[in-house]
Design a protein around this ligand. Structure first.
Ligand SMILES: CC(=O)SCCNC(=O)CCNC(=O)[C@H](O)C(C)(C)COP(=O)(O)OP(=O)(O)OC[C@H]1O[C@@H](n2cnc3c(N)ncnc32)[C@H](O)[C@@H]1OP(=O)(O)O
Ligand SMILES: CC(C)C(=O)C(=O)O
Ligand SMILES: [Mg+2]
Length: 510
């Protein structure tokens, strides 16, 4: 049942749209990001697995490192086309050619504001430079993509002049960049339709997100006839970034019914890899890949979702399709259906009266602004139901850490696990990391630790503040088990929260 989603866009249905990923070029232009060759190669291999058609690997002339990365990716035997960026300069094009790329993306400013204030050339000179660059690329028998930079602020007649000239010079595909993200969706539709009426080669679009319209503008460009869109993982890129790959590809796939080569089940894994390498966190509410994209807390929603997920999810896009998990979160807005289900999943069956008391307890904790962890839920339930929650499998006996400016942070953990005493030590980037790794070491044969989230908050002010740590550990089935602990010692709070969630995990396994 697709409701009204195809209304007026039937012409895109089943049309193949090529996905051009520029995470390693425009994405890396995000202020503060620099990826090394190994990271770029790993991302390139992941993007190949994801099914991207063209990958812009970098700007070869810009640094030695970029040249090496582009070369390594071009020679990695990937199935996608590897593209390198070049100004309309032979030196830049030569640098790309030497790396062995399949495609060269050459660009020049065409808007008056950029032409006058950045390259200081007349319109005629820019046109000549563009044609010369395209001819030079084609002399090397390499696919050529030409971008009229700042196309969306360029005089239309001149823009058409330049696109027709590069087409005449043998260019394979033209790109229409909305370099500073100023288009509205309907203006983008009209512009691409008009360009499409004037050229006979494929059209690609590159939209920036200054007004949050990058994905909408890319989709309108496709509606108007563009056959390729430029995107980045997690929407990275200059300023507010570029159109996000996941949002663009999933909209094309699920809303329009268009065809892309994207293997959507790898979307989440790719987003997480790029998050890890770049250090730019994915916001919780980001569509598709955000932690909350398929999470439900409100009672009315969770009740519906537990009955049938389509009630409060798009339905045409499920978490499974994109490698995500659906989560039911307990908190201020939770209702009895969700709380009952969460307890039943752990084998806890309260009476209606007990359930009401558990709900009251949860709501009063949540009203104080606290998150409800699994550990809170089970503690409340065992108190209300008067049943001990069972013996913990892991009992911490000793924890010691050594840290300082000249010593590597090291932790030693001693614990009794299912009646046998174990001791382990490990090092880390800080004392908390070292302690968590030492726990990982002792627990190794019983469970795999996959920490999904980790939050530290100071409860009071001052250097003697209580640190509150909330930890979420993912089990083998993708279920996240959360627990919280507070202590004046941040390492003790972290280890305690971790061991509490592991004990819940082990109880549910036995
Ligand atoms: C919208 C975009 O994303 S475009 C891509 C932007 N990406 C980057 O700039 C990242 C990598 N860039 C770099 O490492 C450097 O800017 C380089 C190596 C390319 C050039 O560095 P520099 O020679 O130090 O010049 P600088 O960056 O200060 O200025 C840009 C130069 O390129 C020229 N230029 C800019 N665009 C073009 C173009 N498309 N074609 C030809 N020349 C161009 C400018 O006129 C200026 O030349 P000038 O030095 O003769 O005045
Ligand atoms: C190089 C070009 C396509 C670019 O990144 C832009 O115009 O934003
Ligand atoms: Mg850009």
């Amino acid at each position: 049942m697709r409701g009204i989603v195809f209304y007026g866009t039937e012409h895109i249905r089943n049309k193949h749209i090529s996905i051009f990923d520029t995470t390693l070029r425009d994405g890396e232009q995000t202020p503060g990001i620099s990826l090394n060759t190994e990271q770029k190669l790993n991302i390139a291999q992941q993007l190949d697995k994801l099914g991207v058609d063209v990958l812009e690997a970098g700007f070869a002339v810009s640094t030695k490192g970029d040249r090496e990365s582009v070369q390594a990716i071009a020679n990695a035997g990937l199935s996608l086309d590897v593209c390198g960026l070049a100004r309309v300069k032979r030196e830049d094009i030569d640098a790309c050619v030497e790396t062995g790329v399949d495609m060269i993306h050459t660009f020049v400013s065409t808007s008056d504001v950029q032409r006058i204030h950045t390259i200081n050339k007349s319109r005629e000179e820019v046109l000549e430079m563009a044609v010369d660059a395209v001819e030079y690329i084609k002399d090397h028998d390499i696919k050529c993509l030409f971008s009229a930079m700042d196309a969306t602020r360029t005089d239309f007649d001149y823009l058409i002049d330049i696109y027709k000239s590069v087409e005449g010079a043998g260019c394979d595909i033209i790109n229409v960049p909305d370099t500073v993200g100023v288009m509205s969706p309907s203006s983008m539709y009209n512009l691409i339709s008009d360009i499409n009426n004037n050229v006979n080669i494929p059209i690609d679009v590159h939209c920036h997100n200054d007004f949050g319209l990058a994905v909408a503008n890319s989709l309108m460009a496709v509606e108007a006839g563009a056959s390729q869109t430029q995107v980045t993982i997690n929407g990275l890129g200059e300023r507010a970034g570029n159109a996000d790959l996941a949002e663009t590809a999933m909209s094309l796939n699920s809303i329009y019914g268009a065809k892309t080569n994207i293997n959507t089940k790898y979307i989440m894994e790719t987003a997480k890899m790029v998050e890890r390498y770049t250090g730019i966190n994915i916001p919780a509410h980001m569509p598709i890949v955000g932690e909350n994209a398929f999470a439900h807390e409100s009672g009315i929603h969770t009740h519906g979702v537990l009955e049938k997920s389509d009630t409060f999810e798009p339905g045409i896009m499920t978490p499974e399709m994109v490698g995500q998990n659906r989560r039911i979160v307990l908190g201020k807005h939770a209702g009895k259906h969700a709380i009952k289900k969460s307890l039943e999943t752990a084998g806890i069956y309260p009476t209606d009266e007990q359930l009401n008391e558990i709900i009251d307890n949860i709501k009063s904790i949540a009203d104080k602004g606290k998150r409800i962890t699994d550990a809170d839920l089970y503690t409340i339930a065992s108190t209300v139901m008067g049943k001990p929650s069972g013996e913990d499998a892991i009992k911490l006996k000793e924890l010691s850490v050594m840290t300082g400016n000249i010593s590597t942070p090291t932790a030693v953990v001693k614990a009794v696990i299912r009646d046998s005493e174990t001791i382990a030590s490990n090092t880390g980037v800080g004392p908390v990391d070292a302690a968590i790794k030492a726990v990982e070491e002792i627990i190794g044969e019983y469970a795999t630790i996959n920490i999904h989230d980790f939050r530290i908050e100071a409860i009071s002010g001052g250097s003697d503040a209580l640190a509150e740590v909330t930890i979420g550990v993912e089990d083998e089935k993708g279920k996240i088990i959360s627990a919280r602990s507070a202590s004046a010692d941040i390492v003790i709070a972290s280890v305690d929260a971790l061991i509490t969630s592991l004990n819940i995990m082990l109880k549910s396994k036995s």
